[in-house]
Write a protein that binds this ligand. Sequence first.
Ligand code: NAG
Ligand code: NAG
Ligand code: NAG
Length: 334
Amino acid sequence: MSGPHQDQPRVFQMWTKQISKLRVLTLSLASFAAAGFFYSLVPDSEWRQKAEDSIMLVDWSGFGPEKGLYNFTLVTAMIDIGRGDWDSQARSYSTYLLYMQRVLRLDVNIVVYVDPKGKPFIEWMRRGRENHTTIVTMTIQELPYFQLKDRMAEIMNSETYKEGNELVAKQLCESSSPEYDIVQLSKLYLMDRTVTLNPFNSTYFIWMDGGYGKGENVHPPDGIWIPKGLFEHADQMTFLERKPGVAAFASVRQKIHKMSINIMPGGFFAGGGSAIRELYRMQKHELARWMEEGIIDDDQTMYMQLYFQKPSLFRLVPADWYDVFKLFNAHTST
Ligand SMILES: *[C@@H]1O[C@H](CO)[C@@H](O)[C@H](O)[C@H]1NC(C)=O
Ligand SMILES: *[C@@H]1O[C@H](CO)[C@@H](O)[C@H](O)[C@H]1NC(C)=O
Ligand SMILES: *[C@@H]1O[C@H](CO)[C@@H](O)[C@H](O)[C@H]1NC(C)=O
């Protein structure tokens, strides 16, 4: 027998297949639409930025032909202090990596200090610039200032330190987490170490926080950075200076570690090898004084104190947090 009887099941099967395909399609379209709808409900939220940054990240296919300037060295770090577990001011490790992709896309020589678990991410981001990348793995325990952890905790718990302290009142991490201050204050140590290591034979070094810009698009979109207005000041340390400026605090310098101010951001600073060496040497002495006198704070206060000690070593450029590429880039991105 031939005809419709035999064919019916096949046709039926075909139809059910089509229908289920259609259903899958409709369902996924619906969920896309729903996702899009919910997505549009949360403009400017941290989640939206995370989603966008994640898409930006998975789209990264590595560097193309060399187009940058390679006679200076950028230094950055990503050392976990377990901030993702904090009750307040929590910021997860993965959020930091999402921020950090913008720094790692810069087509420059870069030295990255990172804990072992972050290394594969750095390698993945630097594909195509292996010859312009040095990765040094380290943990917080290996930083020299880690030895001061107990003393820092002791200071943070002391009544003298807490008295009249705006940072304590605001529960800011620089007044409660020794690990946070250890890492922040270690930037100069890492810069000094890079000057010694000098894998790219540079005379000029730039520090940039891994989280510089905190996910804002402040870095050049094509990654090309031809610094301007920096190299000619290699005998000084260039820092950004926010309003109302460091000088405004000269008369209260004894207590700036208890004040909630952000005048000399630590997210960026730069200088020649000798200037960096000198600043690190000065910081070691100043930190020893802090430990003796029961003072602790993050690197911003440290830089202000070092400025008061030797203004001629500094070149302060009026700016806001994320102005680096507005101020110091000769290249116009395409
Ligand atoms: C790097 O090279 C550029 C272009 O040749 C030059 O203008 C600049 O002074 C050099 N910078 C350093 C730190 O050597
Ligand atoms: C890196 O340097 C090596 C040795 O000089 C060279 O053979 C290789 O092609 C370079 N890699 C890239 C990606 O430029
Ligand atoms: C390193 O740079 C100096 C000049 O700053 C130069 O004389 C020397 O040959 C360079 N060394 C290497 C290995 O590139």
